[in-house]
Design a protein around this ligand. Structure first.
Ligand SMILES: [Mn+2]
Length: 246
């Protein structure tokens, strides 16, 4: 039994100079994981920006898309959690690639352990402006209006620019672990664990690596990213480990 977790590749980001090498590294990782994976969990922001129109999807990523299809076709389930950069998927990833798309956190039993899986945006974060924007981004009517009123060439180039400025802002502000009493995802897990018997909380989003024991039974993992850290997590049925892909 082996479960793999990876997040925040931000494929397509101009912060990474060689986008094809970046994509290839993720394909290589999938080639490694598929050898013994029971299932693969992609925990959000795999794409730096993804927005599907009725007839148009963002250019590029063909090697990744082909690899994902190959793996799901071989019978290994791939769960795709939307992040805050790639939440605008409306069926393409399911239909074309056979991914299982999640737009909300999921509680799931793997082995005999309870997992809480989420990208992590919006959890434990009390910022009002962020939750306002988040609610607009997730709003079905706003999504429909954007899709039907804004031509794809404008929408997508706007999106990629938005993603990039978002990333630069994030880099300046809060890449570091804020501490157990300030880190929103840790605060969320602490609160959530009071009423739910969860063994492992697994998050992405923050681009930091954190493996924190909350109580004897509960562990919080923030699994880094796949654009600088090239980290990922593996569960072997008993323990969770965060590893680096070389
Ligand atoms: Mn994110």
């Amino acid at each position: 039994m082996k479960y793999y977790f990876l997040s925040d590749a931000h494929l397509g980001t101009r912060v990474v100079s060689d986008t094809h090498a970046h994509e290839q590294k993720l394909v290589d990782w999938l080639d490694m994981a598929k050898l013994d994976a029971t299932a693969i969990f992609l925990l959000g922001d795999i794409f730096d920006f993804w927005f599907e129109y009725k007839m148009v999807v963002p250019k590029g990523f063909t090697r990744l898309l082909g690899k994902l299809r190959e793996i799901t076709e071989s019978g290994i389930p791939i769960h795709f959690f939307v992040g805050n950069h790639d939440l605008w998927t409306f069926g393409y990833l399911e239909q074309e690639l056979g991914l299982i798309v999640h737009t909300a956190p999921m509680t799931v039993e793997l082995g005999d352990k309870q997992f809480f899986l989420a990208h992590g945006d919006g959890l434990g974060d009390k910022s009002r402006s962020f939750s306002f924007i988040r609610s607009i981004f997730h709003n079905k009517t706003c999504q429909r209006l954007f899709r039907s009123l804004i031509p794809s060439s404008w929408g997508l180039s706007f999106g990629f620019r938005w993603s990039e400025s978002n990333r630069r802002k994030h880099d300046q502000n809060n890449v570091k672990f804020l501490g157990e009493d300030k880190e929103p995802l840790v605060l969320f897990a602490k609160h959530h664990a009071l009423e739910h018997p969860i063994d492992f909380y697994v998050f992405g989003h923050r681009h930091i690596v954190l493996n924190l024991m909350l109580q004897s039974k509960t562990q919080v993992l923030i699994i880094g990213d796949f654009m600088r850290e090239f980290s990922y997590a593996v569960f072997d049925g008993t323990t969770m480990a965060i590893e680096n892909f070389e």
